[in-house]
Design a protein around this ligand. Structure first.
Ligand code: PGA
Length: 256
């Protein structure tokens, strides 16, 4: 892996030069996982961070370096109230960036339904689908500026499961750019829980850019606290963090 340096923090933290290299490193890890187990269960994030990863995976499938034929994939969250074909929905995002461009089987794509009449029932159904699949083998995560993972905002319980959550003002402000009018931004979402996340066999956390540097430092080296949901990852047994150097700038590192 094109690592530029390893942190002295005792965890598997890979620091690379830029966004493209971060995306390629994450893609390599996903490809390796699928090659090891063609029926791998993936947990996949939305947002800006994974776009380069998905591009790299689409390229790898086109070049026949990997196949998603046996892969099952769970997305981590979805807005409440948005139709699946709404361009701002995560259904649309995942279809557009990855699922529509690789050879994954339709029946192996799992996404929470933000328009379900019974949202509580939908959350229970989703959590049990993950369980029935045998659990997530490799979960990829981005991190919010406030330390959220998926839509587990500060204050989320560490053992939380899939549920409906109210989005914090900061998250709504940041994500409003994806909507034609800011007022269209939903106020709640379905998200898998921090407990669901921590049950994944392996986790990859990605972050890029200077604006993520402070929260990355708090999450990886600060106190484990509900105020920084991502800090719970310090307790995960198989966590790999892939950062570009801007996101890693507040971590103490030594050169490779
Ligand atoms: P981003 O979002 O990838 O668009 O920065 C990350 C997140 O909010 O989890």
């Amino acid at each position: 892996m094109p690592a530029r340096g390893w942190s002295a923090l005792g965890r598997n933290i890979i620091i690379v030069d830029d966004y493209l290299t971060m995306s390629q490193a994450a893609a390599q890890a996903v490809i390796q996982q699928i090659k090891k187990d063609k029926n791998t269960v993936l947990g996949l994030p939305t947002g800006k961070t994974p776009i380069g990863l998905y591009k790299a995976l689409v390229r790898a499938v086109k070049q026949e370096a990997v196949s998603f034929k046996g892969v099952r994939a769970f997305i981590l969250d979805e807005y409440v109230g948005l139709a699946k074909n709404d361009k701002a929905s995560y259904h649309f995002f995942m279809q557009d960036k990855l699922f529509g461009k690789v050879d994954i089987k339709k029946e192996n794509i799992f996404m929470p339904d933000g328009q379900a009449e019974d949202l509580t029932g939908e959350c229970l159904r989703y959590e049990s689908l993950i369980k029935k699949s045998g659990g997530i083998d490799l979960l990829v995560l981005g991190i919010g500026l406030n330390g959220h993972l998926a839509f587990n905002e500060p204050g989320s319980d560490f053992d939380s499961k899939t549920r409906v959550v109210k989005l914090k003002a900061e998250t709504r402000r940041v994500n409003a750019v994806n909507f034609t009018k800011p007022e269209q931004m939903p106020s709640s979402a379905i998200t898998i829980g921090l407990g669901t996340i921590m049950k994944a066999e392996k986790i990859i956390l990605m972050a890029s850019g200077e604006k993520k540097a402070k929260i990355i430092k708090r999450a990886l080296t600060g106190k484990i606290t509900g105020a920084v949901p991502a800090s719970i990852l310090q307790k995960h047994k198989n966590l790999t963090v892939i950062l570009d150097k801007d996101a890693a700038k507040h971590l103490v590192t030594h050169s490779a």
